[in-house]
Design a protein around this ligand. Structure first.
Ligand code: DHB
Ligand code: FE
Length: 280
């Protein structure tokens, strides 16, 4: 059977992708941020999965206001890096895993979660920046990736509780796949940031670090935090953090091992948070 060995959590700031793509990662502004991922890149090499189930949000790139799926699973053979206004990022095409993705869709829908099945979709910085942070700049990504897009852009967005329970359903789905695959699940987006309005630039280090503590040790309690707290404390885009609860819900019920923890400000308008948790 397939099993989930680890989960990875990371912010997805688009300027991080631009810094890498334009050879600026060694500059004084960026160097301390990329330093926090040196451990992670080596860990990825040492713990190469067969498949990554990557929870992220689309930023009105593949989906517009014309169509807003709450949860969408990418079942295609491949996904092209999107053109977000400056041309597509010069990163490898993302190869999917249609068999496992279709199995997860079948199982999770049968567990009463409504997923939108997507057979053609471009992927934006929400997905490609986490891959770049964890894998560097390879000619090909190390393994197939199943993109799982969550609406955190247009209200109503799903609650932390729903995301956490969905993670448990995804765990059941993966553990019932009849092939011994090593699967990682990634939760991306966040941490505190607000891109518009009078509070643009908001960062809340204390709240972010309590979020990291609770994600590790008290995910069930953290799942009860309402949207309004994310928006008040972590800014309008801080709501991206509910996606981390999907990955955490997919982990086993035993407390995981914290392999790596990193927090850094600034990166564009966003606080960068990062965790690697291994299942025991
Ligand atoms: C920034 C952060 C985001 O999450 C995003 O989607 C776009 C921009 C930023 O910090 O600039
Ligand atoms: Fe974002």
């Amino acid at each position: 059977m397939a099993k989930i060995t680890a989960s990875v959590y990371t912010s997805h700031v688009p300027a991080i992708g631009a810094a890498l793509d334009h050879g600026k990662s060694g500059e004084p502004y960026w160097q301390p941020m990329f330093q926090g991922y040196e451990f992670s890149k080596q860990w990825m090499k040492d713990n190469k999965p067969d498949v990554i189930f990557l929870v992220y949000n689309d930023h009105a790139t593949a989906f517009s206001l014309e169509m807003i799926p709450t949860f969408a699973i990418g079942c295609a053979e491949q996904f092209q890096p999107a053109d977000e206004g400056y041309g597509p990022r010069p990163v490898p095409v993302v190869k999917g895993h249609p068999e496992l993705a279709s199995h997860i869709a079948q199982s999770v829908i049968q567990q009463d979660f409504d997923l939108t099945i997507v057979n053609k979709m471009d992927v934006d910085h929400g997905l490609t920046v986490p891959l770049s942070l964890m894998c560097g700049q390879p000619a090909e990504w190390p393994c197939p990736v199943i993109p799982f897009a969550v609406n955190v852009v247009q209200y109503p967005v799903p609650s932390g509780r729903r995301c956490y329970n969905l993670g448990k359903a995804i765990r059941n789905a993966i553990e019932s796949y009849d092939e011994p695959l090593n699967v990682q699940i990634w939760g991306t987006g966040g941490m505190s940031h607000q891109l518009q309005g009078p509070r643009a630039g908001l960062i809340n280090r204390e709240w972010d670090n309590v979020f990291l503590d609770r994600l590790i040790a008290d995910p069930d309690g953290l799942a009860s935090v309402p949207h309004i707290d994310y928006v008040r404390e972590a800014g309008s885009e801080g709501i991206e953090l509910v996606m981390w609860l999907i990955a955490r819900g997919a982990m086993s019920d035993q407390t995981p091992t914290v392999k790596h923890r990193f927090y850094h400000v600034p990166a564009s308008n966003t606080a960068v948070g990062h965790l690697i948790l291994e299942n025991n």
